[in-house]
Ligand binder design. Structure first.
Ligand code: KG4
Ligand code: ZN
Length: 364
């Protein structure tokens, strides 16, 4: 992690904030965006690889990497054209460098470095989790952007954790899953119910038709101290319920009831864990009062509603990005790049993409 003259480059001739190009290729979305220093989104594009992976029931890393390689350069060109600016108008280039699928990360990172080198711009290797964490600081979500410190409940397909975000690059992990991530649990349950991948939205939709009380699934870790969570027992209980019904007796209503019961159990667990996390946050930062929910699962309406209510009852305000900014996107990557460039931080061109890169390992 190197400091350079990005802090000076960051402002344009008249002190105006220059935009940053963001690139996101950590999983199965090829996403690009240009965001200016005031958080205005000048252009954004997300190309989903859903149809390429769907026949395999999940993301195939090799297919993902090849697809990013094929489409990224054209998409960057189009995004810049939509933004109506040239590369010389940028303050820098930011790309997700981890955690995630290494093939795609290498494609996005090396492409970003190429654009940066060719145009003599600083490059920022963005931690994908920090990008989710900083989305709440985009002006507009909370007026003027979420002030530090705040509590982040990150609920994505690969990660579920409660984190105190105290500054750019500074995080205190309060707790998290000890087994499956919440999105992963939704995806696995969707598979058990024969639903299409990705499972989260499919389970949510089917649950609308179900009775959540018909299958009283376990609520692992409820009321335990701390804010760790565990979902593998719940997933096993769902699997056993599906098996118990047996082939011929299965009806759509059974599955809808299971989906609703599972979702309700997850919501109860998340609400309980978030409640403990808010208390832990208050102990450390007595003036804190903001709960930020991010990651793909934060687009689930019932999860949003329940966490919002849990926050309100503890004197916190919950904010969640709009649904399109909850799941993977490049607006958050460009914004995380802006936050770093603004502080005079950029990366050396020797920086490498890394499949594992926990938030706690970040340096500001
Ligand atoms: O943050 P994200 O887009 O990608 C990762 O960085 O993992 O999260 C994707 C995860 C998937 O597991 C997906 O099933 C889940 O978020 N998800 C949902 C919903 N929409 C997406 N889970 C529950 N309800 C939803 N509406
Ligand atoms: Zn993500």
């Amino acid at each position: 992690m190197g400091q350079d003259n990005a802090g000076r480059q960051w402002r344009g001739m008249k002190g105006a904030m220059k935009p940053v190009l963001g690139i996101e290729t950590s999983c199965d979305e090829t996403a690009t965006a240009v965001v200016d220093g005031d958080g205005r989104i000048l252009a954004e594009a997300v190309l989903s690889q859903l149809s390429e992976h769907a026949p395999f029931g999940g993301v195939v890393p090799e297919i993902a990497a090849r697809s990013h390689l094929r489409y990224l350069s054209g998409q960057v060109r189009r995004t810049m054209a939509t933004a109506g600016i040239g590369y010389q108008d940028l303050a820098g280039v930011a790309a997700s460098a981890g955690p995630g699928l290494i093939g795609g990360l290498i494609v996005g990172c090396q492409f970003g470095k190429g654009v940066a080198i060719a145009n003599r711009l600083p490059f920022v290797a963005v931690n994908h989790l920090e990008a989710h964490a900083l989305t709440a600081r985009l002006p507009g979500l909370v007026e003027g952007g979420a002030p530090f410190p705040y509590l982040l409940f990150l609920l994505s397909g690969g990660h579920s954790q409660c984190v105190a975000v105290t500054e750019v690059g500074r995080h205190i992990r309060l707790g998290g899953t000890v087994d499956d991530a919440v999105g992963e649990a939704f995806d696995k349950v969707a598979k058990l119910l024969g639903l299409d991948w990705p499972g989260g939205p499919a389970v949510e939709k089917l649950a609308e038709e179900g009775d959540p009380s018909r299958y009283p699934f376990p609520r692992p870790m409820m009321r335990r101290p701390g804010c760790d969570l565990s979902l593998s027992g719940l997933k096993t209980a769902v699997s056993q319920a599906v098996m118990r019904i047996g082939g011929a007796a299965q009806t759509r209503q059974h599955y809808a009831d299971i989906a609703a019961g599972f979702q309700q159990a997850v919501v109860d667990v998340l609400t309980d864990r978030a409640g403990h996390a808010m208390e832990m946050m208050r102990d450390r930062f007595p003036k804190s009062g903001l709960l930020v929910v991010a990651g793909g699962v934060a687009s689930n309406a019932q999860v949003r509603r329940a966490l919002s209510e849990a926050a309100r009852s503890r004197g916190f305000v919950m904010v969640a990005p709009p649904v399109r900014l909850c799941s993977d996107n490049a607006v958050m990557v460009a914004w995380a790049g802006l936050e770093r460039l603004r502080r005079g931080i950029s990366d050396d061109m020797s920086v490498a993409a890394q499949p594992r890169w926990p938030l706690e390992a970040l340096a500001s």
